[in-house]
Design a protein around this ligand. Structure first.
Ligand code: SF4
Length: 180
């Protein structure tokens, strides 16, 4: 059985991703490391949703609350806001690859590959760039589980977010509604 570290961004995105990886026979550990989620109350809701899903599926999760430092995230994207998603993915995947390598995992991957709203090919390319001889990036098009993931998250009453994560995305989501 191969050891795999799965970076998890939220509960709903982890449902079919975890089910797929478990069905493939991987020994999966989750990693919740997302300094891009603002504000803190939103971060806590997504973290708790992730933990509920993981508990239902019998998966352990490493939670990096001690590394929730939005200040560093804002510094990483400052003056590069138009390309911020790339830096946001890189920040989270670099840490995932580092933890996977140190922890002796055979593979790492991410639930970001589940979302139809993320830049799928950019995430896959970043993952491949970050793999090493001992810890490979596992690519899978988890978007195939999109519909089932949404339905199950509703059935399990898992918190479902209304915007991607950062304050920029929150602004884009609500500005028309609130500012006209
Ligand atoms: S929109 Fe989402 S992926 Fe892009 S920078 Fe914001 S949180 Fe990160």
């Amino acid at each position: 059985m191969t050891k795999l570290l799965l970076h998890i961004c939220c509960g709903p995105c982890s449902i079919t991703t975890l089910k797929t990886l478990l069905a493939e026979g991987h020994e999966v550990t989750g990693l919740f490391h997302n300094p891009n989620i603002h504000p803190l109350t939103e971060y806590a809701k997504r973290r708790d949703g992730c933990l509920t899903v993981a508990e239902k599926l019998g998966v352990k999760v490493i939670v990096k609350d001690d590394e929730y430092r939005p200040q560093e995230w804002f510094r990483a994207v400052a003056h590069r806001e138009n390309n911020r998603c790339f830096h946001c993915y890189a920040m989270r995947l670099e840490r995932t690859a580092q933890i996977a390598k140190r922890g002796g995992f055979d593979f790492f991957t991410t639930t970001l590959l589940y979302s139809k709203y993320q830049k799928h090919d950019e995430i896959a390319a970043l993952g491949r760039d970050l793999e090493s001889a001992k810890t490979k990036f596992l690519y899978h098009d988890f978007r195939e589980g999109w519909k089932e993931g949404i339905e199950t998250s509703k059935e399990w009453e898992i918190y479902r977010q209304q915007y991607c994560g950062c304050l920029y995305s929150e602004n884009e989501r609500y500005k028309r509604e609130l500012l006209g």
